[in-house]
Design a protein around this ligand. Structure first.
Ligand code: NAD
Length: 348
């Protein structure tokens, strides 16, 4: 019978708290404790009934711990992950693993050297909006898809913590970009050919507070990834264009629709007349030539992430988030920075 897998969480901040709650909801795993570098955070954990280790070393020498989840600022990931692997633990690192391919390779080398599994918490693979967009693209309903646009917009700037600083791996390419790029990779199943990107610095000079990256793929598909933190009106979360139709997913609540052509539009469209002129090109479709459909829904459960981790420890499954996927993500993020800094198209 598969054993229940014991997990300890390093870092009891925003995401550390989220992990402790999620672990508690998955019967295949059990939270055995947390460790935060700040004693006040350990006290908060204890007051929530969670065991807090006195030190990171104490956590590592606890033979009960099978898995260490690392939920600390990005610049701290490397040392903590490597030490945990050297102690024989399976390591889940929060995204983004690191800020460079060089450091990522050091972590992967430690995994190979120690034989400890290393994986990353790419949790937004389980977002329903992403799964719905993916389902629509794969269904073929829109005909040949030639453009996918994936955006997240907000208006609060960057949170005023370590995300504001370059040294700690702040900025929106690393923070949100890594999720949207991971979703792009899952959807496309191949690396793009090129990218052209711009960064924004509306509220923050030190790191990017948003970006737009336009990727081109082999089959002439264009995939736009955008994060904005000074947008008081959001553009849709997903906008998918095919030769036979368009889909829009407006937000995380999956509002939106699909419109497809059911027959060709004649050439006798009634033009739109504006004060300055008229246009046939932009005239709306006649209702009998299109069909509007509701968005499909998809059952998705983020708890599958920890269920997989339990199976990996028990030797029943492979990790879902692989080293090569992390290598590709890091390449994409580095290319975005290179393109924006050099104002040029970067080829992969
Ligand atoms: P946070 O600032 O809220 O919490 C970080 C905690 O780590 C703090 O309590 C801090 O005291 C502690 N800490 C710092 N260095 C430490 C060390 N060496 N050892 C032990 N504790 C240490 O930050 P956060 O928002 O929780 O982000 C943490 C990580 O989680 C980051 O990598 C971030 O990108 C990631 N994150 C992921 C998601 C997601 O959806 N996957 C969402 C938010 C954050």
């Amino acid at each position: 019978m598969s054993k229940v897998v014991n997990v300890a969480v390093v870092g009891y901040g925003g995401m550390g708290g989220w992990h402790t709650k999620t672990i508690a909801e998955v019967p295949e795993v059990k939270l055995v404790g947390v460790y935060d570098i700040l004693s006040e955070r350990n006290k908060v954990a204890e007051s929530a009934g969670i065991h807090a280790y006195a030190s990171f070393e104490e956590l590592l020498t606890d033979e009960n711990v099978d898995v260490v989840t690392v939920a600390i600022p990005n610049d701290q990931h490397k040392d903590v992950c490597i030490k945990a692997m050297e102690a024989g633990k399976l390591v889940i690192c929060e995204k983004p693993v690191t800020m460079s391919t060089e450091v990522l390779e050091e972590i992967i080398a430690a995994s190979v050297r120690t034989g400890s599994v290393f994986t990353v918490h790419q949790n937004r693979r389980w977002d329903e909006d992403f799964r719905v967009a993916e389902k629509i693209v794969k269904s073929g309903e829109l005909g040949k898809v030639y453009s996918i646009q994936s955006r997240v917009h907000g208006s609060r700037g960057i949170p005023g913590d370590w995300r504001n600083t370059k040294a700690q791996g702040g900025g929106m390419v690393l923070d949100w970009g890594v999720h949207l790029l991971d979703q792009m990779n899952m959807m496309m199943g191949e690396m793009p050919v090129s990218v052209y990107a711009t960064l924004s610095n509306v509220t923050n000079e030190e790191v990017d507070d948003g970006f737009t990256a336009v990727f081109k793929f082999k089959n002439d598909m264009e995939f736009t990834v955008e994060v904005g933190t000074s947008n008081f009106i959001n553009l849709p979360r997903w906008y998918v264009l095919g030769l036979n139709g368009t889909a829009v997913i407006r937000d995380w609540d999956i509002t939106g629709e699909i419109v497809v052509a059911v027959c060709a539009e004649g050439h006798d469209a009634v033009p739109i007349v504006t004060a300055a002129g008229l246009t046939k090109t932009m005239a709306p479709r006649t209702p009998e030539t299109i069909k509007t459909m509701e968005l499909p829904r998809v059952d998705t459960d983020i708890k599958d992430y920890y269920r997989n981790i339990a199976k990996v420890v028990n030797g029943e499954e492979k990790q879902i988030v692989t080293h090569d996927q992390q290598r590709e993500l890091m390449k994409l993020m580095e290319a975005i920075f290179e393109s924006a800094e050099g104002n040029k198209v970067v080829y992969f």
